[in-house]
Design a protein around this ligand. Sequence first.
Ligand SMILES: *Cc1c(COP(=O)(O)O)cnc(C)c1O
Length: 420
Amino acid sequence: MTEFRNTEAYAHELDRQDVLSGFRERFFIPRDAEGNEQIYLCGNSLGLQPKTTKEYIDNELEDWKNLGVEGHVHARHPWMPYHEFLTEKMARIVGALPSEVVVMNSLTVNLHLMMVSFYRPTKERYKILIEYSPFPSDIYAVKSQLEYHGYDAESALIHLKPEEGTDIVSLESYRRILEEEGERIALVMIGGVNYYTGQLYPLAEMTRLAHATGAMIGFDLAHGAGNVRLSLHDVGCDFAVWCSYKYLNSGPGSLAGCFVHERHKDFDGPRLAGWWGHEKESRFRMGPDYIPIPGAEGWQLSNPPILSMAAIMASLDIFDEAGMDRLVEKSRNLTAYTEYLIKAIDSDAIELITPTEPGQRGCQLSIRVKGADKTLFGKISEAGVIADWREPDVVRIAPVPLYNSYLDVFRFVQILRASL
Ligand SMILES: *Cc1c(COP(=O)(O)O)cnc(C)c1O
């Protein structure tokens, strides 16, 4: 791995060897006022637009124009079953059976729907265990669920804790919390890849341990889907949710994914229902009794926004072509190269808070710059880098294997060094 070289010529060489380099051409790379391509390292926040997205959306606008309501049945991709066209492709990305996956709503909405069904507190077992430093929306959602069920959100919520002096959570400390509190924990809800540190948790082990104590477990994979190799069916978690606008390049606020494990296929506990989750054969008989579709589709509420789904289709077709295996392989090398270059800056001010072990991260690297404030971020932005700043002192970058190059990260690190 440290056969890497710290020269621009070598970065070019890696790009020449990269079998996925052609995919960059499929995306619009943002440009500055002079028309120069920027160094876009923010795919963990909003993925770039595929050049094909417009055509996919235009097709639906065209069919709507020409067919009106008949498009539900006669559009080139009929709208009635449109979400089904996404299912297998999405299932491949997260490693699930098609019947375990549905694209619907947005992320936090899906998280709530899943907690309605899988957070089932009892007098003895009512607590929720959440990760260290969770994304704000997740913590708001979890606290509001606790309060909705009549619990005090402070005392009923347990946070994982990082190892002393780091931001990394070990499996050992997770195990300890389950040993101490397991009997009182109803649900474990973890961001599978932490949005702040980029740590990828050991999902299978965490699931096994949660189930062994009798708790349900779900993952928020907003930072995992399209970034790391997932195999949700084998992991065996009860549910998972993720958005499609980060690594999955489906446009701002686009629809989200939802996974419900096969073992809950014929779920008969509580759920919030809507007509789109109703058995397809009898949906249009418009009867008063809810008969859920078996599997994840049974949690759907509304007929979905087709224009947003068309954007997801455009993106998933590209993922299918590139394949998660090849993407993950490039991702590991590209991120390792980025890490190598950052370490070569050789400054005491710089600390990588993301785990260095490739199995414990995706492509994101979170760089703490000690003593820095937002002026540092201003400088790198000025120099053409689009990255992400988290107070008080962390720059998050995500070299995305679909459209980022080795040259991108080489240039970024040069700019970072010059801005220190
Ligand atoms: C991006 C992100 C969200 C955003 O939620 P929306 O409902 O899509 O606005 C929530 N949770 C996590 C962990 C995220 O990374």
